[in-house]
Design a protein. Structure first.
Length: 307
């Protein structure tokens, strides 16, 4: 119920903000008077806003239209905003992109790449060393006495991938554990395990755990990794397909050129999650790159967030 209330409030807040003065309207040629981009606010919204403000200015200069980012507290709100045409674009996690494209209307533009190739990251299942758990076999043996937390319902590494893995080894997250909850974010999942509020957590290693370690919030030895997933393709930046096709190409090119044309604006956002933006740039991404995630999602029965 709490998660549902948060979702409703997030959607209502975004709808109120975006709905004023029909900001999302397109002109007769399908070009927005102001480009509205949705983004998850992150575990530190003020930090995310400060990092993306310079990028909005960069895009505005390149595109010749005002650009504004709108932030939500979760990905379901972003998906709903795109579907209801409250915003034109969104930064979506891989699983959020898969969910969003269950209905037509979106085009994937770019993802972050490393040395010209789409970047990848990994999901992890982890614990606090005080639990005494050392392997997933230990988790399986003691599951009925353990609490488990995922990150966000629409998270790839914090929900979809670990849920699929747990199911594959015979652990239904909704039945096998003493209690299963959503922490609300990657950082919350990690800190819940560190503080012993939860026994086992699911998150991402590079994009959340390493970030908290770099910021000195936790120490590496605080967390014991029990399982690491195969590589996961990074987030998709997607745009509505009802926008002017030439404008869509122009937006895509602005992202592709960002690391060269305004490295300062580009790097501020990248540094929120990745330590070396010098080797990174946006690269084109195709919808088919997310088919493996669709297959995983489709294989999980009774997946709770499936809109």
């Amino acid at each position: 119920m709490k998660a549902f209330i948060v979702l409703v409030l997030s959607i209502c807040t975004l709808a109120i903000v975006c709905g004023c003065k029909n900001k999302a309207d397109l002109d007769a040629n399908g070009v927005p008077g102001k480009l509205l981009i949705g983004s998850y606010g992150g575990d530190n919204p003020a930090q995310t806003h400060a990092a993306l403000d310079p990028f909005a200015k960069y895009l505005s200069k390149k595109l010749g239209v005002e650009v504004e980012f709108f932030y939500t507290t979760d990905y379901p709100a972003l998906i709903e905003a795109m579907r209801s045409k409250k915003i034109h674009m969104a930064h979506l996690t891989p699983y959020a992109y898969v969910l969003a494209t269950q209905k037509p209307g979106l085009i994937p533009l770019v993802t972050l790449g490393i040395k010209g190739r789409p970047s990848v990251y990994h999901s992890i299942i982890f614990t606090n060393k005080k639990t005494g758990l050392k392997t997933m076999a230990d988790v399986k043996a003691r599951a009925k006495d353990l609490t488990l937390c995922f990150a966000d319902p629409a998270s790839t590494s914090g929900h979809l991938i670990p849920r699929g893995y747990l199911n594959s080894i015979g652990l239904d997250p909704d039945k096998a554990f003493k209690e299963t909850i959503f922490a609300g974010s990657h950082a919350a999942a990690i800190l819940s395990v560190k503080s012993e509020k939860v026994d086992v957590g699911c998150s991402t290693s590079e994009l959340a755990l390493e970030k908290l370690i770099r910021e000195g919030i936790i120490k590496r030895e605080d967390i014991v990794t029990l399982w690491t997933s195969p590589p996961i393709i990074n987030d998709a930046i997607a745009i509505r397909d009802d926008l002017n096709k030439d404008f869509i190409k122009k937006v895509q090119q602005a992202y592709l050129d960002a690391n060269k044309d305004d490295f300062d604006a580009f790097s501020k956002y990248v540094l929120l999650y990745w330590p070396n933006p010098r080797v990174m740039a946006y690269v084109p991404v195709q919808d088919s790159m997310y088919n493996q995630l669709r297959k995983i999602a489709g294989s999980i029965k009774d997946l709770k967030f499936n809109k």
